[in-house]
Design a protein around this ligand. Sequence first.
Ligand code: LLP
Length: 435
Amino acid sequence: TQTINHKNHLEIGGVDTVTLAEKYGTPLYVYDVETIRAKSRAFKAAFDHYPINYKVAYASKAFSSVAMVQLAAELDLALDVVSGGELYTALVAGYPSENIHFHGNNKSEQEIKMSIEHHIGAIVVDNFSELEMVKNISEMEQKQVKVLLRMTPGVEAHTHEYITTGQMDSKFGFDLMNGEVKRAIQFALEAKTIELCGLHSHIGSQIFDVNGFIHAIQRVYDHIAIWHKELNYTPDILNVGGGFGIAYTKKDEPQPVETLIRSIVETVIAEAEKHELGLPEIWIEPGRSIVGEAGTTLYTVGTQKNIPNVRKYITVDGGMSDNLRPALYQAEYEAIIANRAGELPEEHVAVAGKLCESGDILIQDIELPVAERGDLLAVFCTGAYGYSMSNNYNRLPRPAVVFVEEGQDQLVIKRETYEDLLQFDLSLQTPIKEK
Ligand code: LLP
């Protein structure tokens, strides 16, 4: 929760942001833990209305860190990982491996081995060459492996609309429409070391409209009915992916989580009844909608540049190195001056980052009080794909991350130092080669 205190400072989770900036420096990612708790509670409460088994898995690509994974465990969220690095983070955090599932369209042999050795909950197999690899490795290791098959349902959701195509051009998953999924199911059923637990589809990210989910589920069920007849196979688990949208700005109007989950669950129930099949366990894997709104980035305002009648730039001490989304997706954000949080906006400005790239603009156009050097700028909704897509462009050290809750703050990722930046650098050996 965010409030303005008697000093006119923005407070997050009961902690003064000016105090946080003084204590930890800027840029700084601040996560309001109560928001993360509330989001996961909302997903679960939506499912709890129905007599079905379900799993809410946190897609850790949105923000993976030891503390975040530990919080996910505390909140009884399952975990979606997409790399050996995310899996390693989860294992080091002490996260129970049977609750982890592993995604990705090109898992390495080492990643598959790691998943099998740690008995993770499921490998979500993406394509035939991976399916063969999983079979071979599990046979070699003489271990059973739980598998979901990822399908491309030919339904693609964008923020506001969705499109359906027979054949979808996607690098992910087995194609539903051309018989690939059926062949993959047959292959998995025949492999003795593979336990085929179910099917997965993911139709996109930052989705506002539930119709894409409904159509994908209906389309999948038309096929499940056929597989039931022809292969005597029905999935125990149906994972419908993540992608639930959030409001970055006032223009964004996502449907509430309750509405989305209700439609998903009711569609699955209706389809299962229509085809006289048992109910599967329903899994979802939200990332952004769990952590996005919980995160705020604090920056210190530095220089300014005014181009009369064109634009005024105010520059902050971070930018596309800590938030790539504006440069990459023209993503929009809202912000306030956190040390004068109650003041009314007075002028239109662009918020620029400090990186050597003209496209490094965090916010193209925003109304703010007149900013001065040293002011603290709070950019909201940066909790998903902020830190996780951060980088060291221009050799900027990555910012620190703090969790706040009930007036307490806790450092969960340290700020990188210049020494950290050089930890993998080696000095030039002379001569490099003999003349
Ligand atoms: N499951 C699968 C299979 C996914 O591919 C994704 C996201 C998720 C779950 C979680 O989606 P979410 O609930 O967070 O929308 N970097 C982009 C988003 C890329 C999403 C990739 N896949 C961004 O910053 O908007």
